[in-house]
Every structure is written in C-alpha cells, then in structure tokens.
Design a protein around this ligand. Structure first.
Ligand code: WT7
Length: 581
C-alpha cells in the first residue's frame, strides 16, 4: 500500500457542513465571550453545568429527543430522552437533598457503565455538590486514598462493588452514606448508612430547583497520578462546561442527527468531559456501552446504533488492528462520519489502518485531566500530518518552553506548555495549594509532556517529562504501585517504570528486591501481581517483574527510576552523579 503521511481531507464525502469550516479563520476571530451566549445563564448571572447539559433542552425541540442509548452487557437496549434525563437527575438531586447533602459536599460515583452514572452525576451537579468518579477496577487501597483525601460524604455504588468500600469504611470518618443501585438492597442505619437507590428514586419528586452556581464554583473533581506521592484531586468548575460544549461542537462536530459514542469509562476525565457534559450540552444522542472491550461487539455496536461519531483510544485501535482485517468486513460502518482518538500517542500506522477499514482517518486529540477539555487537535476540516497531535484549539495558546519558561522555536524539543486562563483549566488540586503552584512557570501551565512544534504550527508528542506511566491510555503513578508492592510480605524494595509495548503503549514493569528468606519463583511472581490487582487496581499491576538484589538510589534514598528505565531499554545511563555509593 502507498505510504500516506498527510491526509488532506477525509476520504468520505459529507452532506453535513462542519461547524468549523476553516481553522485559521476561526482562530483569528475567536473569543470566549462570544460563546457564552450559547449557554443559558440564570438571571442572577449564575450558571449550572447540569442545567445546560439537560434541562435547557427540555424547553426546546429536543425535549423528546433520545439523549442516552444504553446497551447492557447482555445486549439489552434502553433509551432515555432529554425529558427522562431531567426527571431522573432531578429525582437524584432530591434524594441527595433528603440525605442532607449540600452545596460543596463531595459525592462519589463508584459504578459500572450504567444509566445511573448520568442520573447521579447530573443530580449531584444540580444540588451544587462536587461530583467525582472512581474507576470500577479500583481496589480498596486506591479507594481509601481518594475517598479519604476528598472527605467524601456519599458514595453511590452497586452490590458487586460495595464490598470494596465496606473493607475501608472504618478509615473514612466523613463517609456518611452508601447508596446502592441493585435489587433487594439491605439497608442499614449504622453510619455509613446504606440506602436503597431504587427505593429512594421511586419516592423522590421529579421537580427540583437547580442550584444557581457561580461560574467559578466547583462542579467535579478527579484523582489523577503524578510522578511522586499519591494521586492528586484535580478540581474543575461549572464554567468549564462552556469549553467542553464548544470543543465537542467544533471538534466532534455534533449535529442534531448524530449518534455519538465515547468509549472511555466515566472513571476517567474523557468519560466525564466527552461522555457526559460536552455532548449533552450540545443536545446530542450519546451511546453508553456497558460491556468490556471486544472487537466483535464493538463493531456490532457501531452498526447497531448507527453511530456517526466515535471517540476512542490508541490501545483499543491497536487491539482492533490485531483482530485482523477480515472481521470488520462483516459489519456496516457507513454511518460513521468522523472518528477520533485520545490518551496516548496515535501511531501513523493506526491512522492508515483506519482509512482502509472505515474509510476515515482517526483524528488525534491531546489533553489531560488538568486541562478539562481537548486543547491540541486534528480538526475534521484541517489536513492531518500523521503522527502529529494537531494544532491548538481557538483561544488556546500552546508553546514549547525550556525549563525556565522561555518559548522555544520550531523543531526544538522542550516542555509542552499552555498559557493559563482557559475556561476548563483545573481550578486547583484538592487540599494541596503548594503542589498546584508548582505546575506553573509564570503564565505557563507546564503539562509534564515533552513535545515539539513544526514550522506549520503542528505539535508533535515526544514523551512524558516525568515518570508517569500510560498503560492502555490509563494514567498510573509509579509511586502508587511501589507503595502497594512494598506492603507485600516478601518485598523489601520496589521500583516501577513504564516499558514500551506495541499494543498497550506501555506496560508496568516492576523491579523488586526481596526480603531475606524469600526467593524468586513463578508462583511468587503471580502472587505479587494478584496482590497489586486486588489492592490497588486491576489495570495497575506490573505485567512484568524482574527480581534484583538492590535498586539504584540517590544519596537521599530516592529510587532512580530513570536509571532502571535506561538499563531496561539499553539506553545511555546519563547523569549518575547523584547515585548512592
Ligand atoms: C496524558 C494525560 C484527557 C484525555 C485522557 C488522558 C497523554 C493524552 C495524548 C495524545 C500523546 C497523549 C499525555 C498527557 N496523552 N493525549 N493525543 N498523544 N499523548 O488524560 O489521564 O490526564 O493523561 O496523556 O502524556 O499528559 P490523562
């Protein structure tokens, strides 16, 4: 096949004109103030992201439009209109109110991909609570850090996931309620009080006076991993929804006739910004697919729901590629109009494969939990240079800067930085002002990514500047994994790195020094993997383990992951002057 390096325009022909016909023109004339009028503001100048995502549409032509198409693991389909979403989220807001949840309280969702995610997330926003989500693969250790640090008052979960909360509830003095979505729930009056979701939803009124929020009031928070220490709580405000709305509109190009599928779990920021807030604020029809990744069921979901816009991730694309070119021929993908990717570098090969199989190029998008919305993007109307992340969204100033915050010229590698002040920028790190301040250098937010910019203004990803691991697009902090490893009775010390992997981007690799009296064995290796899976998270365990006698450390006792990685990859060891000995 001919090697394609630039895609000048999508292969298919479209009848729908894109919302952004020309990037450069849009960029020149853009101002956030012009977008503000697209949202509904209360007469007191306040706003509520859930009102704009749902209730607003009930007063226009979208009242009976399908907002949510849910497909369960067993293939059963349920549809909810915008009116249904309004009523259900109002009911949940009333449940919260009855339980005494007030503005500013933290409400956490620990749920699989079921419609209650939408009802509870939006209901929490309506009452002015700070909503947060927990990936359902998290184990007790990850949960206690997040629920403990945030001082969560209420968790909504299922009977299957609840035992993980029960294991740690004694360590969570602020946790007052566990709301359980399931059948025959045994309620209990002991704190944390167990509440039957369906029972309370049945009793609750569907009328609710939505809380008027200052645009800067917090709406949701998400814990994400850094290079050192435990995960940090990134907080976002109600105003962020303006940018989630407008990026969804211009990038995902949502029109009323679209059926949109974001494959990300709501436990990650993509599932919130582009699974819930962005597309609903545009009045779109959103698909919620409960099942796990599987090439056949994913392909059939596209065909069955007649999906037109699809937002997914490189690891999933590479796994689809692995499943072969024959399988996709069995399905009809003619409804697809644009396809997108996020979370890790998208290889040119994956784009070429997409063109062959779907007749469309995957549009890569770059952003982070901290940025709240897509910032560097390949737009449907802009030529794609394969391997590049694209160009900054209108209104966003991105640059490559050195370690002192000085802007660097074209083709020079440096820190990817964004000029602060965009609407969906995080408003802080929960209870950690010090660490938050360190993320900035003057007016620049330093993203932690290394990149370069070419002469045409396209940005190219190089790698992380820190030790953060991206495995299957999911962000894992090495410190969190190391902390759990050293709790294992056989382990004296552990160092964790991301090792390049052709499918998962990176896998987690642990270097382990055993305690006296323990010897390496396949059984011990399995036991260690299981230990991390159960305690921390099913996705955050080391797929590879090397047993070593000791780990390279600095004189102050910090494990030198950089050295472990260099040795693993056969790279030059670099500066070892701080090495112990
Ligand atoms: C990190 C942020 C917000 C989307 C989900 C990830 C990496 C993200 C790309 C891309 C190369 C990417 C970066 C970034 N990343 N998108 N298009 N190309 N790398 O959010 O978990 O906060 O992770 O993911 O390293 O800093 P996140």
């Amino acid at each position: 096949m001919e090697q394609i390096d630039v895609v000048t325009k999508d292969v298919k022909n479209f009848s729908l004109p894109p919302h952004m016909e020309d990037y450069e023109t849009h960029r020149k004339t853009f101002h956030w103030d012009k977008i503000k009028k697209d949202l509904e503001w209360f007469s007191d100048g306040k706003i509520n992201a859930a009102h704009n995502a749902v209730d607003r549409h009930v007063n226009n032509h979208r009242k009976n439009k399908v907002a949510l198409i849910y497909e369960s693991t067993s293939g059963q389909v349920e549809k909810y209109t915008y009116l249904d979403l309004k009523n259900q989220s109002n009911k949940f807001a009333n449940v919260l109110k009855k339980l005494g949840v007030v503005k500013g309280d933290r409400v956490f969702l620990f749920l699989p991909r079921i419609p209650a995610v939408y009802f509870s997330f939006l209901g929490a926003l309506k009452i002015g609570a700070i909503a947060s989500t927990l990936f359902s693969a998290f184990g007790p250790e990850a949960l206690v850090d997040r629920l403990g640090n945030s001082g969560a008052k209420l968790v909504i979960t299922t009977p299957e996931l609840k035992p993980k909360i029960d294991q740690i509830k004694d360590k969570l003095p602020s946790l007052t309620y566990i709301v359980v979505v399931g059948k025959n729930i045994e309620t209990s009056g002991n704190v944390p009080i167990t509440v039957d979701y369906h029972e309370e939803m049945k009793l609750a009124s569907k009328s609710f006076e939505v809380e008027h929020m200052d645009p800067e009031d917090l709406s949701f928070m998400l814990y994400t991993s850094g290079t050192t220490g435990k995960s940090k709580g990134v907080v976002h405000c109600h105003l962020a929804s303006i940018q989630q709305y407008y990026t969804s509109k211009l990038i995902h190009d949502l029109h009323d006739e679209d059926v949109y599928w974001c494959t990300a779990d709501h436990g990650w920021v993509t599932g919130i910004s582009y699974g819930i807030i962005g597309p609903l604020t545009n009045g779109a029809t959103v698909v919620l697919y409960e099942g796990r990744f599987d090439p056949e069921t994913w392909y059939s979901a596209i065909e069955k729901h007649e999906i037109t816009l699809w937002y997914t991730a490189p690891t999933a694309i590479r796994m689809l590629m692995k499943a072969g070119d024959e399988l996709p021929k069995k399905y009809n993908f003619s409804t697809l109009r644009h396809i997108y990717s996020v979370g890790e570098p998208l290889n040119p090969e994956a784009i070429r494969w997409g063109i062959k199989v779907f007749g469309l190029a995957f549009h890569d998008t770059w952003w982070q939990t901290e940025t709240g919305s897509m910032l560097i993007v390949n737009y449907p109307s802009m030529p794609i240079k394969l391997g590049s992340m694209g160009k900054p969204f209108p209104g966003i100033h991105a640059a490559i800067v050195d370690d002192n915050g000085n802007e660097l010229g074209a083709e020079i590698e440096g820190n990817l930085a964004i000029k602060k002040g965009w609407p969906s920028m995080m408003r802080g790190l929960w209870k950690d002002e010090e660490r938050y301040k360190k993320l900035f250098k003057g007016d620049w937010y330093i993203t932690g990514d290394r990149a370069k910019k070419d002469a045409d203004g396209y940005f190219w990803y190089i790698g992380r500047a820190d030790d953060v691991i991206k495995t299957s697009g999911e962000r894992v902090g090495p410190f969190e994994v190391e902390s759990v490893l050293v709790e294992h009775p056989a382990i004296a010390e552990a160092g964790v790195i991301g090792k390049p992997d052709p499918v998962r981007g990176e896998i987690i690799k642990a270097f382990i020094a055993l305690r006296a009296g323990f010897n390496p064995s396949p059984d011990l290796e399995e036991n260690i993997k299981k230990f991390v899976k159960e305690k921390l998270a099913a996705h955050a365990y080391p797929r590879e383990i090397s047993f070593v006698d000791s780990l390279p450390k600095t004189r102050s006792g910090k494990i030198m992951r950089r050295l472990l990685k260099a040795k693993e990859l056969g790279l030059p060891l670099g500066d070892t002057s701080t090495l112990e000995e």
